[in-house]
Design a protein around this ligand. Structure first.
Ligand code: SAM
Length: 280
């Protein structure tokens, strides 16, 4: 038996004894204050189950295990998956490892059950962080919430306001699906190896949505199309979308009271919803 209480994020990383893989975004947390802060945020969402993506050497898993809830982790790296399995499966009740890619591995059934109160927690691999977020909104899983760490620059996109440089697809869709709070910034020295940039932890709570569930895939496609050509006018980006030519889009946008030369970056989430409702 391993004494979990004797472990620290640093001892877990040292115990892994191998070179970390940059290609998998392996910057491992060694700061216990940060892992505890994330676990506290997860706890605030009253989790029934916890799903963690990319446990690595288990630093965050260790903090999450103190919440005494079933934990399932998804890890792509063979050595890490085996390592966390060895450390945690004997010592944490209901601990499961899915050895696979969080972008496409089948998710456990409890993720699809709203009464399971699944909370997703992750220090996300930076190279696929937004794709993993999109997987969860595309699959429209009834999660109770998510506590996720991103590179600060990506986190700022989630909370950006219209007409700012960080505003885009992540802002509109992120703010459509979730109320998003900044939990804390995380200094590079909280990790080994230290990344070049600051990271930020965000807490996501599902919000009441303005559109019917059945219309949401088309709404996501619409917002994606609107931001597909950055720095172009909205009607240039949307030309051909929903079987409408550029001039048809210009007419429609003008009728709704927008400048025909406006750009997607200037439209609020409410504006996107209004235009979408007009075509849908
Ligand atoms: N949770 C650990 C921590 O905070 O110290 C490690 C976080 S590290 C930033 C990201 C982890 O995600 C690594 O363990 C990496 O192997 C794993 N990973 C990378 N891409 C993945 C993917 N597509 N699916 C699942 N895990 C992935």
């Amino acid at each position: 038996m391993i004494d979990l209480y004797a472990l620290t994020p640093r001892s877990l990383v040292e115990g892994l004894r191998r070179r970390l893989k940059k290609s998998l975004g392996q910057n491992f947390l060694i700061d216990e204050n940060i892992t505890r802060t994330i676990a506290t945020q997860v706890d605030r969402l009253h989790p029934g189950h916890i799903l963690e993506i990319g446990p690595g050497a288990g630093a965050l898993t260790l903090a999450l295990s103190s919440l005494q809830r079933p934990i399932t982790v998804i890890e792509k790296d063979d050595d890490c998956a085996r390592y966390v399995e060895r450390i945690f499966s004997e010592n944490v009740a209901n601990f499961n490892v899915i050895h696979g890619d969080a972008l496409n591995a089948p998710l456990p059934d409890f993720c699809s059950q709203s009464d399971a109160r699944t909370v997703l927690a992750s220090n996300l691999p930076y190279n696929v962080a937004s794709q993993i977020y999109f997987r969860f909104i595309d699959e429209d899983l009834p999660l109770a919430g998510m506590v996720l760490m991103f590179q600060r620059e990506v986190a700022l996109r989630f909370i950006a306001k219209p007409a700012t440089s960080a505003y885009g697809l992540l802002s509109v869709l992120g703010q459509y699906y979730h109320d998003i709070d900044v939990v804390t910034d995380v200094d590079p020295h909280a990790f080994v190896p230290a990344p070049k940039v600051t990271s930020t932890v965000l807490a996501f709570v599902p919000r009441k949505r303005e559109l019917d569930k059945d219309d949401e895939p088309a709404f996501r496609a619409f917002v994606r199309a609107a931001f597909s050509l950055r720095r172009k006018t909205l009607t240039n980006s949307l030309a051909g979308f929903a079987q409408k030519s550029k001039s048809e889009w210009q007419t429609l946008i003008s009728e709704l009271g927008f400048e025909p030369s406006c750009r997607a970056e200037s439209l609020s989430k409410a504006d996107f919803i209004r235009i979408f409702k007009a075509i849908h």
